[in-house]
Ligand binder design. Structure first.
Ligand code: SF4
Length: 55
């Protein structure tokens, strides 16, 4: 397999995935990412944070 790019953590903008969530093998099956995406308030907060970081 070709050299895989380091996955970024979707819930910690700017950071790479450090597999901090128990059982996660990457952002694609991270329970915390799932939780944030499912929660309207948390996903709004994340959107705000990303906008702030890219400003
Ligand atoms: S395990 Fe999940 S919360 Fe932890 S760094 Fe990776 S994507 Fe982010």
């Amino acid at each position: 397999m070709a050299h895989a790019p380091e996955p970024k953590c979707p819930v910690r903008p700017g950071d790479s995935c450090s597999l901090c969530y128990p059982g996660a093998t990457g952002p694609q099956d991270c329970g915390l990412v799932w939780l944030v995406r499912e929660d309207p308030e948390l996903s709004a907060e994340l959107t705000r944070l990303k906008a702030e970081l890219s400003a």
